[in-house]
Design a protein around this ligand. Sequence first.
Ligand SMILES: *Cc1c(COP(=O)(O)O)cnc(C)c1O
Length: 420
Amino acid sequence: MATFWGPDFGELERTDPEIASVLLGELARLRGGLQLIASENLTSPAVLAALGSTLTNKYADGYPDRRFYPGCAEVDRAESLAIERAMALFGAGHANLQPHSGTSANLAAYAALVQPGDTVLAMDLPHGGHFTHGSKVNFSGRWYGTVGYHVREDTETIDYDEVRDLALAHRPKMIICGATAYPRLIDFGAFRDIADEVGAYLMVDAAHIIGLVAGGAVPSPVPYADVVCATTHKVLRGPRGGMILCRAELAERIDKAVFPFTQGGPLMHVIAAKAVALHEAARPEFRRYAHQVVANGRALAAALAAEGMRPVSGGTDTHLALLDLRDLGVTGAEAEQRCAAARILLNKTAIPYDPRKPAFASGIRVGTPSVTTQGMREPEMREIAGLVGRAVRAVSGAPALAELAEEIGTLVAKFSAYPT
Ligand SMILES: *Cc1c(COP(=O)(O)O)cnc(C)c1O
């Protein structure tokens, strides 16, 4: 093994036992429970090695071979590899790996494509959109005029007729598709046609699905979009961060919108870790992983339906499902709490046309990226659905949930996250 100044846990235990105990506690939490939060995953040891490296020390404002600091030859290699790997994996004309997060990627895309005051057409938040798609508490809703489109009440899938009508009526400068809580495939071609009809840019926010795209498990938005924004830490299983893919003609505008317009020095250790994740995602194992994530998503949604939870839109084509709990008489908030007490981590979610306030919500969102990384398949999805069903219905409270937590301990011991 080459000499590598890597993470030394003994050193951390000596200098900062309080934070060392947080790291141990978090590892135990990951190993001891079921991670069903749809936006989370478990990174590989190789990704963690790049993250915990001396590259965190380097100031490298600018881009490879165009830096504002000396000494960037090594980090230039990391960023060039990350860019090349992203372009090759997604067939994109250009890639920018510097956004610190999905939100930062979206901020840069707005900055590159629209001016403050311009109108943007995006999915309404309670119907699955992200808060960077026009929420009043976010830059997007403060600085841009937002018009929201919806899912149909009967099918709970995107109402493309409404999208077109709103586009024709409001003439947006940019249309956004891509969601945080939408289980179905999105028809990127239909959005492209609508954008062309009104002369708008099409930005696809593929934060959730980009890992499924990498593994060929869902269609790619890249051929249709002007700009694709994504995260690297969801299904893609890389370090926490953002990424932008775009057509070659937009490369300079996107790069300038990231640095210097919205960010300063890039996180070079994170960019190196993104390169590692993109390398992993190009391998046949990752294709199998992405397809299994979707197969598990379908199996989990079907098995939860058998537990009396109604899958929104009837099921899923992706890694996540939304379940309407109204037939069980349980709110999303109650379900989230009961499951957490049984060491099942999932989150409450508003369902389309939800009669309850968002703080309570009528649904839960579940996802399969983490449990699939742990090696679980369809039989375990059915087992998990049974456990979730018992937790959600656990009116008797703490004793039943403690018993469940023990059963979950037995299941996850067979599929350990970060096995020793
Ligand atoms: C997760 C997500 C983001 C934001 O990513 P962060 O890294 O949390 O900032 C943006 N858009 C969508 C659709 C997402 O699901």
